[in-house]
Design a protein around this ligand. Structure first.
Ligand SMILES: Nc1nc2c(ncn2[C@@H]2O[C@H](COP(=O)(O)OP(=O)(O)OP(=O)(O)O)[C@@H](O)[C@H]2O)c(=O)[nH]1
Ligand SMILES: [Mg+2]
Length: 455
C-alpha cells in the first residue's frame, strides 16, 4: 500500500539542485554547497539513481514558497526534461507546501535530501527493530506531505490526476491509516526495546565493550571485520550498516571484550531519524570505549569529524572515553597529511584497515586499554591447589607466570567485582612481599602476547 507507493522509482534520472545563500545553514558558501551536493551524488549512487544536471542558484534571500526563484525553477525544469531527467532532487529539506509549489511550477516529481536518506535506510535495514524505526520515520516524514504525494500518485496511476473531492477524501483516509500504523509500530518497538534491555542487563558487568562510531563509509565495518576476523557487510555505499552488531574482539580475555559496529552519521541527519536511531545507538553509547573512525582520505574529513562529535554530543556521549582512528591512509596522495593529523591528534591512530600491521597495533591498543582498566593482583598458589589454578585460567587475564619449587606465581588482571567473587582472594601476596619483584624479573613481566595471539 502506501508504504510501497512512496518509494522512489529506481529507473529515475535525477537533476540535483541547491543554492548558495548566506542565510541558509550548510549552504552559506559555494564550498559548503558543493560539498553537500557531492554527498548527495553519493547518496543517489547508493540508490542506483543516475544523476544528470546539477543546478546551483546564488541568492540573497530564500523564497519561502519555493526556496529558489520561480524563473530559475522553470529553467531547471526545461533543461532537465530536455536531458531526459524524471526527478528533481533538492539538497535540503522541503516543506509539504514547497514540494507542492515546486512541483506545480516544474511539472516534475520533487524529492528532498531527507527523502533520499530515508529511502536508503529503508532499503538497508535488516533487523526487525531497524525496519520498524525506519518505517516510523518514513511515515512521520510522509504524513504532512501527503497532499503533494497524492498529486504525483494520481498521475502515475491513471495518468489523469485526481479530482478535487475524491483526492481530499483519500488523503484524509490515508492520514488516518498512517497515524494508526505509527501507533501500532511504536508499541511493537517498545516491546522489542524491553527484550533488548533484558539482554543488556545480562551483558552488563560480564563484558567490556567498545563501539565503532563515525561518519558513514569511514570504514567502521571494515575495521570491525579485521579486528574480529569476521564478515560484516562492508560496502562502498553510504549507510551499508544500519543495525548495531556485536562481536567478540578477543574470546581469551576475561571478561570477553566485545566490539560494536554502528550506523554511520551524516551531516543534516533528518531529525526523525536521529530520534529513531537513538534507541539503536543507545547500546553502543553505553560502551566503555568509543572508537571514532574517520576517513582521512576524504577532503572533507574535518567536517565529518565535526559532525560525528556533534552527534555524539547530542546523544549525550560527549564525555565518553574515546580513541580517534583516521582510516584509509593508503589513499593519501600526500604522506605529509598523515603526519599533520598525527601532530594535531597525537593520541590518534592513522591506519588503513587493509594493513595487517596497523590493525594488529590497534587491536593491541584496545585490549591493553581494557586490561589497564582492571586491577592487577599478584598470586602465589601451591601446586596441589588444583582448583585455584583452574580458576586463574578460567577467570583471569594472566599477565605473567613463574614456576617456583613450591607453587606458581601469577600476576593477573581482572575487574575487582569479578575477583571478589572468586576463591582466589586468599592467595593474594602482600604488596611489599620481596618475592614479587624477584618473580617479575624472572618472567617476561606484563607481556600481553598470549592474550593477543591469533584466535
Ligand atoms: N582504500 C581503502 N578503502 C577502505 C579502507 N577501509 C575501508 N575501505 C572501504 O571503504 C568502504 C566503506 O567501508 P565500510 O567498512 O562499509 O564503512 P562503514 O563506516 O561501515 O560505512 P557505513 O556502514 O555505511 O556507515 C568499503 O568499500 C571499504 O572496502 C581503507 O583503509 N582503505
Ligand atoms: Mg558499516
Amino acid at each position: 500500500m502506501l508504504n510501497n507507493e512512496f518509494h522512489i522509482s529506481k529507473q529515475a534520472k535525477a537533476s540535483i539542485i541547491s543554492l548558495v545563500c548566506s542565510k541558509f545553514p550548510e549552504h552559506r558558501t559555494e564550498v559548503e554547497t558543493q560539498r553537500s551536493l557531492n554527498e548527495l551524488r553519493e547518496l543517489l549512487r547508493t540508490l542506483n539513481i543516475e544523476v544528470g544536471y546539477q543546478f546551483i542558484q546564488n541568492r540573497k534571500d530564500i523564497d519561502s514558497a519555493t526556496i529558489l526563484g520561480s524563473g530559475k525553477l522553470k529553467e531547471i525544469a526545461e533543461k532537465s526534461k530536455e536531458e531526459g531527467a524524471t526527478l528533481l532532487v533538492f539538497d535540503f529539506e522541503l516543506t509539504a507546501s514547497q514540494i507542492r509549489n515546486i512541483r506545480s511550477l516544474t511539472d516534475l516529481p520533487v524529492v528532498d535530501r531527507v527523502h533520499i536518506i530515508l529511502e536508503i535506510f529503508s532499503e538497508h535495514a535488516r533487523t526487525r527493530e531497524a525496519k520498524i524505526q525506519i518505517e516510523i520515520a518514513r511515515m512521520q516524514y510522509v504524513l504532512p506531505r501527503l497532499a503533494g504525494f497524492w498529486s504525483h500518485l494520481g498521475r502515475q496511476r491513471g495518468g489523469i490526476g485526481v479530482r478535487g473531492g475524491e483526492g481530499e477524501k483519500q488523503i484524509e483516509l490515508d492520514r488516518r491509516i498512517i497515524r494508526q500504523r505509527i501507533e501500532f509500530l511504536k508499541k511493537e518497538l517498545k516491546l522489542l526495546a524491553k527484550s533488548r534491555e533484558q539482554q543488556k542487563k545480562k551483558r552488563q558487568n560480564q563484558t567490556m565493550t567498545a563501539a565503532l562510531v563515525g561518519y558513514t563509509n569511514a570504514g567502521k565495518s571494515s575495521i570491525m571485520n579485521r579486528l574480529c576476523r569476521i564478515n560484516i557487510k562492508e560496502e562502498d555505499k553510504l549507510f551499508a550498516t544500519l543495525d548495531t552488531t556485536f562481536r567478540t574482539l578477543n574470546p581469551d580475555t576475561k571478561p570477553p571484550m566485545i566490539l560494536i559496529d554502528t550506523v554511520g552519521f551524516i551531516s543534516n541527519l533528518p531529525n526523525t531519524l536521529i530520534d529513531g536511531f537513538k534507541t539503536t545507538l543507545e547500546s553502543a553509547l553505553e560502551a566503555d570505549l568509543l572508537i571514532v573512525v574517520c576517513d582521512i582520505s576524504d577532503p572533507n574529513y574535518k567536517k565529518q569529524l565535526q559532525v560525528t562529535h556533534d552527534v555524539l554530543e547530542e546523544l549525550g556521549a560527549g564525555d565518553k572515553m574515546k580513541i580517534s582512528v583516521f582510516n584509509k591512509k593508503d589513499l593519501l596522495n600526500d604522506p605529509i597529511k598523515a603526519k599533520i593529523v598525527k601532530r594535531i591528534h597525537p593520541d590518534s591512530f592513522v591506519v588503513s584497515s587493509f594493513n595487517q600491521e596497523d590493525m594488529k597495533k590497534l587491536r593491541k591498543h584496545i585490549i591493553d586499554y581494557f586490561l589497564e582498566q582492571q586491577d592487577h593482583y599478584d598470586l602465589f598458589i601451591p601446586y596441589d591447589e588444583g582448583a585455584a589454578h583452574g580458576t586463574v585460567a578460567s577467570h583471569c587475564n594472566v599477565m605473567a607466570t613463574v614456576n617456583h619449587e613450591k607453587g606458581i606465581f601469577y600476576r593477573v588482571r581482572i575487574p575487582d567485582f569479578i575477583f571478589e567473587q572468586t576463591p582466589l582472594t586468599k592467595y593474594v601476596m602482600k604488596p611489599n612481599d620481596p618475592r614479587i619483584h624477584h618473580f617479575l624479573e624472572m618472567s617476561d613481566s606484563e607481556d600481553n602476547e598470549a592474550i593477543l595471539s591469533d584466535q
